[in-house]
Ligand binder design. Structure first.
Ligand SMILES: *[C@@H]1O[C@H](CO)[C@@H](O)[C@H](O)[C@H]1NC(C)=O
Ligand SMILES: *[C@@H]1O[C@H](CO)[C@@H](O)[C@H](O)[C@H]1NC(C)=O
Length: 470
């Protein structure tokens, strides 16, 4: 929902804003298609792909006597591995899971115009090249970075600027602009990649021109991770030298963090991420409502996220009244993104519960105080799997209680628009069998819900119980 809620575009940006809007729509579809196809069942791979000279030789040698080949390869490994790492630096690329990334360590030089990252060896070395999309989903359409391990030092362009801090190179094209993707694809992975440096890191950002407002929106966030000005890579003509460059961002778990895979030995978690947000945006509440001794009658606060276009709750006032009746102070808000990220974060942090229909708006749960509750209303049509992939484990990892409420056919607008005999109402499995386009069109783009507050009451009671137990 934030996709359409960006700051009002100027005249010249109108068509581009429109494109973003449309793109946002497609993006949500793509994202859920991804969840639909693979959900979170990616094997969390941490095997690093290191291409060594020995390996290249091993792959190429065909000899009748296997033992000789192995002995030869072993000898080469023993002789080359250690010097190449200490003097010549090294490139370690990881092509597993959803993302392609390289860690380039040593005498590393960047050329923004060429979008290249080059490791310059001290002595003659084996040449290698990798093409890396610096976005956490490798199929995103962003320009690739050429990572090269040079053979000869003499081929290297001289340093125009020498930095003594490492750099992280990433792109903000791809699915950025959709609020969920901003967090899942960029902000969380960037936190994972750079928190270990305690601000002593430079960000090299590609694709800024396609997302002109993105940097302004997340300025405070970026400043919280890096003490230095970011470089607009695509327009950077000079050669910069770094001791270490991370190319691309890793997405280990959808909208979350796998502590064991965080580089630098600090086992950061999603709870650390939301703590960082509370620091960055000076959010006052670090824990959700419990029975306040001084104000025993103060009610926990529930934020009902309004959606403007589709997947609306058509009886929103009735749902808000049901929440009040359950014991909450309920507020309906649209969070259209006219406010800055900091203002929005402060608004959400004043609540204990976020409630809304499946969509990017639920991403706001990152600002809830730990111990709070996220209630996701799942549209009709066997959409639980898809809806949960994006929010269930992430919310739990943030230290929130996750609840969902599945809309029945009787509560769906499809009952009226298509009738009870339509396959979309009678047989959701048949829609799923006919493909993602149909699933998206029928269940996500053309459905509104009218929540039966009697049926919904136990979910509200569960949320309240959770808050009372703290
Ligand atoms: C950087 O790359 C561009 C494009 O490939 C090239 O024209 C330019 O000469 C390079 N800059 C330097 C300083 O080598
Ligand atoms: C609302 O839900 C309750 C409890 O499940 C059910 O008894 C009632 O018939 C439902 N009302 C409508 C209008 O469907």
């Amino acid at each position: 929902m934030r996709g359409g809620g960006e700051a009002k575009p100027g005249k010249s940006q109108k068509s581009s804003a429109q494109r973003h809007l449309n793109a946002g729509f497609v993006v949500v579809g793509l994202l859920m298609l991804l969840a639909y196809l693979v959900a979170q069942h990616f094997v969390v791979g941490s095997r690093h792909v290191v291409i060594t000279e020995a390996q290249v030789i091993m792959d190429n040698v065909k000899a009748p006597d296997e033992t000789v080949v192995i002995a030869e390869a072993q000898r080469i490994m023993d002789n080359t591995k250690i010097p190449s790492e200490t003097e010549n630096g090294k490139v370690v690329c990881n092509m597993e899971g959803r993302s392609d990334t390289c860690e380039v360590d040593g005498d590393v030089r960047t050329n923004g115009t060429a979008l290249s990252v080059t490791l310059v060896p001290a002595s003659r070395s084996e040449r290698h090249e990798w093409m890396i999309r610096p976005y956490s989903r490798r199929f995103a359409s962003v320009r690739k970075v050429t990572v090269t391990q040079l053979q000869d030092r003499a081929d290297a362009a001289p340093c125009a600027v020498t930095h003594d801090v490492p750099a992280v190179l990433f792109a903000i094209g791809g699915y950025a602009g959709n609020y969920w993707h901003d967090y899942a694809d960029i902000l969380v992975p960037l936190f994972v990649a750079s928190r270990r440096y305690n601000g002593e890191v430079k960000f090299l950002i590609s694709n800024i021109r396609f997302q002109p407002r993105w940097l302004a929106k997340y300025k405070a966030f970026l400043q919280g991770l890096s003490l230095y000005d970011a470089v607009d890579m695509d327009g950077d003509a000079q050669v910069r030298c770094f001791p270490h460059v991370t190319v691309g961002l890793r997405l280990d778990k959808e909208f979350s963090i796998v502590p064991e895979l965080v580089p630098g030995g600090r086992r950061l978690s999603m709870a650390d991420f939301t703590r960082f947000l509370r620091e960055t945006y000076a959010l006052p509440r670090g824990s959700a409502a419990s029975r306040d001794r001084e104000q025993p009658h103060k009610k926990p606060r529930l934020l009902l996220i309004h959606r403007g276009h589709y997947r609306r709750i058509t009886n929103e006032p009735e749902v808000a009244r049901a929440a009040e009746a359950a014991g909450f102070e309920a507020v309906v808000a649209e969070l259209r993104g006219d406010a800055t990220e900091a203002e929005q974060a402060r608004v959400v942090n004043s609540f204990d519960v976020v409630l809304g229909v499946h969509g990017a708006g639920l991403t706001n749960a990152v600002f809830l105080p730990p111990g709070g509750v996220l209630i996701q209303v799942v549209p009709y049509g066997k959409m639980e799997y898809i809806a949960r992939a994006e929010f269930s484990e992430p919310a739990t990892d943030m230290g929130l209680k996750y609840l969902d409420y599945s809309v029945s056919a009787e509560e769906s607008s499809l009952m009226e628009t298509l009738g009870p005999e339509h396959p979309a109402v009678k047989d959701p499995d048949s829609v799923h069998r006919s493909g993602w386009d149909q699933v998206f069109e029928l269940y996500l783009a053309k459905q509104n819900v009218r929540i039966n507050v009697t049926r919904f009451a136990p979910t509200l009671a569960q949320a309240l119980d959770h808050l009372r137990q703290q």
